[in-house]
Write a protein that binds this ligand. Structure first.
Ligand code: MBD
Ligand code: FE
Length: 263
């Protein structure tokens, strides 16, 4: 039995690529170089990285079309299901005793699109450490470091303590790096927090939040920054803090609306 959606998109993809080969006079050697590149991406474990850098933002934009409430963002290649539940409140992300980086409080409120507070929303947060590395992806980091789950309270308020991630440089020594190099592009994404929200009735949404004024906001290698995904940030000077340490206060309010496809 044929699936209509598959028939429509796969036949169009085939047509589009055949047309592309004719348009550019792609030679057999170039064709083989392209299939070899895909094999190299898979062998290096970078297939998802390649596609996420070049194409994921476009697919996410399609999902956001006509959406009410907060928009979604690209997931990227480094999400892992099953992050530990944090004890609290107050919640603190799993980290090493000497975890480097400026302390960051990520907080805000989740409501429905009509402003009703949403309690018990599951937050699944993951981000890079101060060296720009993700646990279970890069070596020598404890499992689940800077990956954790917690919930909003009865007023829809959430708050978690972690450290501020730096801009992220995607792996440049693999085949994805070779492609970016050949295009003359840099390898950076602006500093970001990844988070998935889950609600009993509204389901799951994937977001990703950026820091205002941050480096690479205007030149993200994955072209995934959207104005609606920028945090409200205040830098708290050490002198003004109870513990004397400088920190970053990062706020974001989520409006959780029914998915377009669920409506
Ligand atoms: C990331 O952390 C990321 O978010 C994306 C899109 C690509 C590579 C690494
Ligand atoms: Fe990321």
């Amino acid at each position: 039995m044929t699936n209509d959606r598959v028939l429509t998109v796969v036949e169009d993809l085939e047509r589009t690529l055949v047309e592309f080969i004719r348009k550019h006079g792609i030679t057999h050697a170039e064709y083989r170089a392209a299939t070899d590149l895909i094999i190299a991406e898979v062998e290096a474990g970078e297939a998802s990285l390649l596609f996420d850098v070049f194409l994921e933002a476009a697919a996410t934009d399609m999902d956001n079309h006509g959406r009410t409430g907060s928009i979604e963002a690209i997931e990227g290649p480094f999400y892992l299901p099953g992050a530990p539940w944090l004890e609290g409140p107050p919640y603190v992300m799993p980290q090493r005793p000497d975890e480097a980086g400026v302390p960051l409080i990520f907080h805000g409120r989740v409501t429905s699109e009509t402003g009703r507070p949403l309690a018990e929303v599951e937050f699944d947060l993951w981000h890079a450490d101060a060296a720009g590395q993700y646990s279970q992806i890069h070596p020598n980091i404890p499992d689940w470091n800077l990956r954790g789950r917690f919930r909003s309270d009865a007023n829809g308020v959430f708050s978690v303590r972690t450290i501020a991630p730096p801009p992220y440089e995607i792996p440049k020594n693999g085949p994805t790096g070779t492609v970016l190099d050949a295009l003359g592009r840099h390898f950076f994404r602006p500093a970001h927090l990844h988070v998935k929200l889950r609600h009993e009735y509204f389901g799951e949404r994937t977001s990703q939040l950026y820091f205002p004024g941050g480096e690479y906001l205007d030149s993200d290698v994955a072209n995934a920054v959207r104005d609606e995904l920028v945090l409200d940030v205040t830098f708290v000077e050490g002198a003004a803090a109870a513990d004397g340490k400088s920190s970053v206060d990062a706020r974001y309010d989520f409006a959780f609306a029914p998915a377009v496809s669920d409506a």
